[in-house]
Design a protein around this ligand. Structure first.
Ligand SMILES: *[C@@H]1O[C@H](CO)[C@@H](O)[C@H](O)[C@H]1NC(C)=O
Ligand SMILES: *[C@@H]1O[C@H](CO)[C@@H](O)[C@H](O)[C@H]1NC(C)=O
Ligand SMILES: *[C@@H]1O[C@H](CO)[C@@H](O)[C@H](O)[C@H]1NC(C)=O
Ligand SMILES: *[C@@H]1O[C@H](CO)[C@@H](O)[C@H](O)[C@H]1NC(C)=O
Length: 367
């Protein structure tokens, strides 16, 4: 009896150990990401120590249209390597829509449809961490965004930090974010509420920004921040505008040199300025017409990240017109009354100029 009892225990123990072992082995082998955002070297790096290329006004897509900043839509942007998506969200009769300045001027569709495209790209690219930056122009509550994220199925893959504000080096590694399945990081420029929706992260207590709507040359001075800029992440607004009739409009004719690896006013030059000034590369780089330069923006990011640049060809420029609209920066002004009147005068101006340019280009459906 004793013998048989021991034997049963022995068999049971062996089974238990082997099943524990195989579960552990599966966890270790199956769930450990070996490529993160295209590079094995990035898996062990903190999210706060990686440089990501971002599309400024990522939803504002078109050709010969004053209200656009990109030639290609969000799916192509992601496919080509863009990993931060900046959008401007408006309350359009109760629906959150991605509009530029106003929904009558440029309506890029609903946030839900846009997030659906992001979701389907992320579902088929499971080893990538993607960041969204929402300019919440109408100060909608975080809970209203939460509803849309849930409808799009993105709440379940959203990363919620351990506290409302993190220093750059407190962020988890890309590998651990990918392993946990929490690979979408979303920042809101205002109304973030860590208690009610912890995955909608306050931008300016986590990230400082350089100036936007730059028409001369790019520096690396702090323009907007609500945090200790020596320890937080930072974003550079690297899109050049030109002044047309007293207003800034994207300078698409110079996009090749603006996006370039080196040269006067290039992205490479601004990153070097920042490295000298802060000792570390920018975390986020927002650009217009990202494909101008033939991938140069991704080359600059690869250098900053210390990885080999993947020179696989990307989409080619479509823009033919020299005029596109003024950008509103990556975020709305903190003073909403000022920003509203500025936005409103800009809206009228852009609308008028758009009509003029549409006629000039014979484009009947420019908007
Ligand atoms: C959004 O717009 C709708 C309709 O115009 C309005 O009733 C609602 O109060 C707005 N929501 C917010 C949070 O401003
Ligand atoms: C920030 O940038 C905006 C747009 O370029 C500019 O109007 C503003 O004066 C800047 N503010 C600071 C504090 O540098
Ligand atoms: C930008 O570069 C591309 C490819 O090098 C070239 O085809 C295009 O004409 C350039 N565009 C401008 C506006 O310089
Ligand atoms: C990451 O850390 C390395 C080493 O300290 C540094 O050279 C690089 O600039 C950092 N990048 C970012 C985006 O913080």
């Amino acid at each position: 009896m004793i013998f048989r009892f021991n034997r049963v225990v022995q068999v049971a123990t062996t089974c238990l150990l082997s099943s524990v072992w195989s579960v552990n082995a599966a966890a270790a082998v199956g769930r450990r990401a070996s490529i993160c955002n295209g590079h094995s070297e990035l898996c062990d790096k903190s999210y706060g120590n990686v440089t990501f290329i971002g599309a400024h006004d990522s939803y504002a897509v078109g050709v010969n249209n004053l209200a656009v900043n990109q030639d290609y839509d969000v799916t192509q942007q992601l496919t080509d390597g863009v990993r931060m998506l900046q959008v401007q969200a408006h309350n359009n009769s109760g629906t959150i829509q991605l509009c530029h300045t106003s929904c009558t001027l440029y309506n890029g569709g609903t946030l839900e449809d846009y997030l659906g495209k992001v979701k389907s790209w992320m579902d088929s690219n499971t080893n990538d961490v993607v960041t969204l930056l929402i300019v919440n122009i109408d100060n909608l509550a975080a809970t209203e965004y939460d509803t849309v994220f849930k409808s799009a199925g993105l709440d379940s893959i959203s990363y919620a930090p351990s506290s409302a504000s993190l220093t750059a080096d407190s962020w988890p590694t890309l590998g651990s974010m990918i392993d946990s399945g929490k690979r979408l990081v979303t920042f809101l420029d205002n109304t973030a509420d860590f208690t009610s929706v912890p995955y909608l992260i306050d931008e300016f207590t986590n990230i400082w920004e350089t100036a936007f709507d730059v028409t001369t040359s790019f520096d690396c001075e702090v323009n907007r921040s609500k945090t200790d800029t020596s320890t937080s992440m930072y974003l550079i607004n690297h899109f050049l505008d030109k002044v047309l009739l007293g207003n800034p409009v994207p300078d698409v004719t110079n996009a090749n040199t603006t996006n370039a690896v080196s040269g006067t006013n290039s992205l490479g030059e601004q990153v070097d300025t920042c490295l000298t000034k802060t000792g570390k590369a920018p975390n986020f780089i927002l650009v217009d017409f990202y494909e101008y330069g033939g991938g140069s923006v991704f080359q600059v990011a690869a250098t900053a990240n210390g990885v080999t640049y993947d020179s696989t060809s990307i989409a080619t420029p479509k823009s033919t017109a020299s005029g596109s609209t003024g950008s509103s920066g990556s975020s709305s002004s903190s003073s909403s009354s000022n920003s509203n009147s500025a936005e409103s005068s800009r809206q009228h101006w852009i609308a008028a100029l758009t009509i003029v340019i549409s006629i000039a280009f014979g484009a009947s459906h420019a908007l």
